[in-house]
Design a protein. Structure first.
Length: 227
């Protein structure tokens, strides 16, 4: 099913050009790509559209986009994207997508175009908000690595006076951010039954009705409880 109504894609400005280059192959009557921070400035558009979002700053930010789509009577898909923009323009993005089944069916041609060559090469992470949870989780996991580089290599060179206690602080901050995020997502996804949109690899042998995103959140919560 190729979208017949307008398609609006909100994502970080730095990757819009790369996304556009991948989506040019899909015959969409009206495709608009805008920076993720501009959703509050979007005018009223025709109904029966599709909203794609990536790069939410928080669960609340995701919920704001979902509410906007619902108020416009649009389908909504949220994404987690991994890739260097220039390479992704040629090779595709590693991506996870989530949303209602009807929204996924509507968005599938676009998701296939964004993903590496071949159809269905993307992860169906779960119901609405699952992909945003994975993207936020990834950001939390990567942030200490970025900040630790600044501590150890403050001027691009190893520092003999690096304050290693700051590395421990970064780790503590990371754990303090992970737990409430997992709690938020498990509350959001409570009671869902997962039906994967397409066959996909399941290396952890999850029951078919369990969301990959929810399973990861539950694993991390249990890890916290044991530590």
């Amino acid at each position: 099913m190729t979208p017949s109504g307008p398609v609006l894609f909100l994502a970080p400005a730095a990757i819009l050009e790369s996304l556009q280059s991948r989506l040019n192959t899909v015959p969409v009557p009206q495709l608009m790509l805008l920076p993720i921070g501009m959703q509050s400035q979007i005018p009223t558009l025709p109904t029966d559209g599709l909203l794609l979002t990536a790069g939410h700053a928080s669960v609340e930010h995701y919920l704001s986009s979902a509410h906007w789509a619902h108020s416009q009577k649009w389908q909504h898909i949220d994404l987690a994207l991994v890739g260097e923009p220039q390479c992704a323009a040629q090779l595709g993005w590693m991506l996870a997508a989530s949303g209602e089944p009807t929204a996924l069916a509507y968005a599938a041609p676009l998701l296939d175009a964004l993903a590496p060559a071949g159809s269905a090469n993307w992860l169906h992470a779960g119901g609405p908000g699952a992909a945003s949870f994975l993207a936020l989780l990834q950001n939390i996991m990567l942030q200490p690595l970025i900040e630790s580089w600044k501590v150890i290599f403050p001027n691009g060179k190893p520092s003999p006076k690096a304050d290693l206690s700051k590395l421990a602080e970064l780790q503590t901050t990371q754990w303090q951010a992970l737990y409430p995020l997992c709690q938020q997502y498990l509350a959001l996804s409570q009671g869902r039954v997962h039906h994967a949109f397409h066959p996909q690899l399941n290396p952890f042998q999850l029951p078919t009705h369990i969301e990959p995103a929810a399973a990861l959140a539950q694993f991390l919560i249990q890890f916290f409880q044991k530590s």
